[in-house]
Design a protein around this ligand. Sequence first.
Ligand code: AMP
Ligand code: ZN
Length: 112
Amino acid sequence: MDCLFCKIASGEIPSTKVYEDAKVLAFRDISPQAPVHIVLIPKAHYENILEIPFDNSVINDMIKAVQIIAKQEGMEDEGFRVVNNCKEFGGQTVDHLHFHILGKRKLTWPPG
Ligand code: AMP
Ligand code: ZN
């Protein structure tokens, strides 16, 4: 499949890995919007958050990884942001489900 994040998950395209387990991979965003900007993906291909079946454990796997990464990056006390962009109005540019994990600066709200 011609999917950028599937290629990163398989190692065909290199990435700066920050966390990996059997189900998920997290790597540094190539265009960071904060001092910490990590992309967290399931290794299995889902186009977006609407495509995940309710009985699937992928969201558990993703949340577990968020907790581990937040601690690993030293963000558990000051906080951080998790973002999922879905389709055109959400600003999704890569059609493989992913969470952005952003931190190490005070982020503004609401988003643009
Ligand atoms: P989104 O716009 O929500 O679909 O997020 C896609 C993200 O992937 C953007 O923040 C990009 O900067 C990031 N990105 C694109 N290509 C790469 C790459 N090769 N390695 C790391 N991050 C990437
Ligand atoms: Zn994919």
